[in-house]
Design a protein around this ligand. Sequence first.
Ligand SMILES: Cc1ncc(COP(=O)(O)O)c(C=O)c1O
Length: 412
Amino acid sequence: MSVVHVPETDVLRRQDPELAEILYGERERQATTLQLVAAENFTSPAVLAALGSSLANKYAEGYPGARHHGGCEIVDVAERIAVDRAKALFGADHANVQAHSGSSAVLAAYAALLRPGDTVLALGLPYGGHLTHGSPANFSGRWFDFVPYGVDAETGLIDYEQVRTLARTHRPKAIVCGSIAYPRHIDYAFFREVADEAGAHLIADAAHPIGLVAGGAAPSPVPYADVVCATTHKVLRGPRGGMILCGSELAERVDRAVFPFTQGGAQMHTIAAKAVAFGEAATPAFAAYTHQVVANARVLAAGLAAEGLHVTTGGTDTHLITADPAPLGVDGRAARGLLAAAGIVLDCCALPHAHDRGLRLGTAAVTTQGMREGEMARVSALMARVLRQETAAQRARAEVRELTGAFAPYPG
Ligand SMILES: Cc1ncc(COP(=O)(O)O)c(C=O)c1O
């Protein structure tokens, strides 16, 4: 990959050096530290080119062929291409690519299927549910009556029998499956069966695994869920944004729930960038990438477990790992701080059935950089040395710099 943005950033440097410095600084930070935030990735220069294009100037309320603004004939083509590529990539009857974010996609899914006050079953926040799955601080918890299901205290796996029992007891209008931190594949067929028995809609919030689904490295929720919500910026490696997939019978309701119900004008530069990302995701190279993401995560998880961290569910099927560093003598927050000082960037997360917070990390970005199993073994060993405070931050930072220097996200 080569950097295509040099002329534009030169323009910025001349006009607004203060902001240009910030952009260069962030590019440097991303290139010289290890990006293990599970929700992040490095988009391609082609995706960045679409994002930084003149499509950012265009107002386009409505849908292709039915806009409330003039001059949409060209951006209409971009949106049609994005929709067609998303439908083909995921085998869906319908795709809405206008959702501004993953949260906007979930809001629109609720708007399409529910009324305020309806009961919804979703993974509880302490077990890895997202804010939009019933947090009292979010529209979801304010406007709907969420009933949380959990994970088994021993195995960390979704308590499927609890899901069935709660669905029978509460007769929800919708069941949500999906998580910010669940490292295993979800049994979508099971959720479908339970939803059918309860007369509920099934909403899959596949924000995290959707990129793996695109590459064939994770099972698809599309054949099972009434509505699939997703983000385009995680493993899928597109621009920051959301997407909704559904059957043709719900297409109109979903589209109306996005615009005009929850959003205004579509962001055409982002939609064009989504189209570029869907095009990339349809290639054999992307399929190979997603399988490498999982292989890397498995080695990283096994390495961390061998070093003594408690890895939730004992491993991973995906790009995502959660782990309790307590056996190494630090809690999640302290661990994140130690690792950040060493140039290893990741998140804290709630740990199921635990008081202290743990660590959440993922392999999407480092795999895009070209790292493989050998590098993951090295990273897990380095993380353990940092957490045990056997290696000083400065020394660890030098090791991280050496590693990232060999795997530049945007070479050239
Ligand atoms: C399961 C799930 N749903 C929704 C979202 C929200 O996405 P966004 O941050 O784009 O609003 C996320 C983001 O990480 C997520 O993991």
